[in-house]
Design a binder for this molecule. Sequence first.
Ligand code: HEM
Length: 211
Amino acid sequence: MTATTSGKPATTGWTEGWGLFWTLTLALAAMALAFLVAIGWDTEGYRMVIRATARTSLALFLAAFAASAAFKLWPGRFTRWLRRNRRQIGLGFAMSHFIHALAIIALWRTDPGMFWLLSNPRSIAIGGAAYVVIALLAATSFDRMATLLGPKLWSRLHWWGAWIVALSFIFTNGKRIPVSGWYVLPVALVVAIIILRVSAGRKQREAATPA
Ligand code: HEM
């Protein structure tokens, strides 16, 4: 693992900075391809890719969403790495959700009957709005765009955007709980990370308050 003296991620190495982003991208593409080759370039294959990328998206999003809070609460080697690379992990989440979208389009084109059985205009409108937020977060994760926005606007966009995505995951998993109790697990994970962020914020405020 390598880091620059400024604390920013180095661009080399497959577990650091942009190297990490490309590692994640390759791993996601390989996973999707493996499912399609094993199951088929058909309804079942596309549905598997949709479900799998929904889960990798959640894992990557939660890692980025928790990074700063985890470091504040438990400063250490791993949490420092997580915080240093949170931008690339966040972009890995956007990439995973991009593949989610590609598989959704493939399902819609090959099996519109199944697509409309699993979706409806309302869920497409809500999911589409979440995609706009994810695209905005991804586009402003590069230095040039961040500079253009200015620190205040950038912080507001990323704060609100992250919360909208967190709520989207609670909603999309929560509505599936009647189908399977296992969907309680992802909802509980998102709630746990929200509690973690609130605790870290409280700890920071307490530390800043003069005794
Ligand atoms: C227009 C936008 C979207 C459409 C049309 C869409 C479509 C779908 C479909 C059809 C499935 C079910 C696949 C199956 O059961 O075979 C699915 C699963 C899922 N989607 Fe999306 N989605 C969209 C956006 C989103 C967004 C924005 C999120 C979260 C931020 C999300 C999270 C999920 C989750 C958590 C699952 C369940 C995966 C599982 O079974 O574990 N989706 N989506």
